[in-house]
Design a protein around this ligand. Structure first.
Ligand SMILES: O=C(O)[C@H]1O[C@H](OP(=O)(O)OP(=O)(O)OC[C@H]2O[C@@H](n3ccc(=O)[nH]c3=O)[C@H](O)[C@@H]2O)[C@H](O)[C@@H](O)[C@@H]1O
Length: 431
């Protein structure tokens, strides 16, 4: 892949180094060690539980407990940690930015971080490595970024003390806020994770950004899902976004309103990017193109959704390189925040842009492409579109010469839909 220099195009190359044969040889001695360390670990937990002051005071607020826990686990006093943070954020080009990338071990975060670093910006990552999907993929992305000198601090965006500390160590000019709870359908299973990351987490990032001096400019990930049940196509930023079809979409819509508030009160420069179903190398295994490929190869049936009256379900699938270009262009065109130390000094920039490919593809066509490239016939199981947050279609509007032209200029540059298969089939080591 050209877009991540000196690195393999798929995480498969990392995993290949671990041979299953070696695992078998190590298994018996590992079992004894495992039993020993399990007892040790259990003992330590019991000691900690009985000695911990918090075990006797159940009335303490959750937030302060979280913050105490984070203070215990971070090695902030450690000069080596600070050195790594500074070195990762060091700018290497004339007029380069110093960017804090939240969600840096995520799919989009990894690509954006690598692209920024490549052009000489200073980049520091932040990620909580949660287990929404296999964290080993996030660790593999982390290893990839480490090779290009990017350090990912392990922590949660809700940890205000950690965020403040990061701003104490580095005066970030920009924040690329990509940390979020993604996935439309999972919101039915774990609604609070969406509130925690997409609402509370965003507020905590903005709280810290508004208080520091100088305030950074912020670019953050919204979603095409904010268009919800709209039937007017293509989707324009001017269209209504008050009919979300999922809690995920509702939290992203809430994020856009929260952005408005922080821009209005504190003069923060804020740009929200509505991503349209992003795909590509190092992608997320919870997305349809990913598990369709896996299941076709396993001979399992593929649930293909259709709307009522056999209506086509389609997505404006957008290749990751286009999204990266849009993110960088949004950073490049972001004006400075106008406030400082929590005080607004004048009006600041507030923008929302679509980042989509502008040509929707029916899901059944996607399966057709996978079949052709995998040379395996899929067992198609046509199902009614479930009422769990999915919308029938997404379609990004393309506007030449508009205010957002520079940010969106690359939307149509790539037609790499067929790369899905090649990339995903190499990622199948996860299963
Ligand atoms: O653009 C967006 O805003 C959203 O795009 C994706 O959400 P989605 O478009 O639902 O992506 P997939 O889960 O990969 O689904 C792609 C298509 O396959 C369809 N699908 C999904 C699952 C399935 O079993 N069968 C099926 O036909 C969906 O209805 C959808 O049309 C991401 O997962 C969201 O995090 C993101 O915010």
């Amino acid at each position: 892949m050209s877009h991540i220099d000196n690195t393999p195009s798929t995480p498969g190359k990392f995993k290949m180094e671990k041979s299953p044969y070696i695992h078998r040889l190590r298994f018996h001695s590992s079992l004894a060690k495992l039993t020993f360390w399990s007892f040790m670990f259990l003992g330590l937990i019991l000691i900690f539980f009985f000695r911990s002051p918090s075990s006797s005071s159940s009335s303490s607020p959750i937030s302060s407990d979280l913050s105490r826990r984070s203070l215990r686990t971070h090695s902030w006093a450690d000069p080596v940690w600070e050195k790594r943070v500074r070195s990762s954020a060091r700018v290497r080009s004339h007029n380069g930015f110093t960017v804090l990338v939240t969600g840096a071990a995520g799919f989009v975060g990894t690509h954006v971080s690598a692209a920024l670093k490549r052009r000489g910006d200073g980049v520091l990552g932040l990620d909580n490595f949660n287990d929404y999907y296999d964290p080993s993929l996030k660790r593999a992305r982390q290893a990839l970024l480490e090779r290009s000198g990017i350090f990912i601090v392990e922590g949660d965006i809700n940890d205000i003390d950690l965020l403040k500390k990061l701003f104490e160590v580095v005066s970030f000019t920009h924040v690329m806020h990509l940390a979020a709870q993604a996935g439309v359908r999972y919101a039915m299973e774990n609604p609070s994770s969406y509130v925690h990351s997409n609402i509370a987490g965003l507020v905590s990032v903005l709280e810290v950004c508004k208080s520091v001096n100088p305030q950074p400019s912020i670019v953050w990930a919204s979603s095409s899902s904010v268009y919800g049940l709209n039937t007017k196509v293509p989707f324009s930023e001017k269209d209504r976004t008050d009919q979300p079809a999922s809690l995920y979409a509702a939290t992203k819509k809430a994020g856009e309103e929260i952005a408005h508030t922080y821009n209005h009160i504190y003069g923060l420069s804020l740009t929200g990017l509505r991503f349209f179903t992003v795909y590509g190398p190092w992608g997320r295994p919870d997305m349809a193109y990913f598990f369709f490929t896996r299941d076709i190869l396993k001979g399992k049936s593929i649930p293909i959704f259709e709307a009522s009256n056999h209506g086509t379900v389609a997505r404006d699938f957008t290749y990751i390189d286009d999204i990266v270009k849009g993110c960088l262009a949004a950073l490049d065109t972001a004006e400075k925040s106008t406030g400082s130390g929590g005080k607004k000094k004048g009006p600041a920039q507030l923008r929302v842009f679509n980042l989509g490919n502008t040509s929707p593809v029916p899901v059944s066509d996607l399966v057709g492409i996978l079949e052709r490239l995998l040379k395996v016939k899929a067992k198609r199981m046509i199902m009614k579109l479930p009422r769990n947050g999915d919308v029938q279609f997404t379609h990004c509007e393309y506007k030449l010469g508009s205010e957002g032209a520079r940010v969106q200029a690359h939307n149509r540059s790539a037609d790499r839909f067929e790369e899905i298969c090649a990339v995903v089939s190499q990622l199948l080591w996860f299963w």
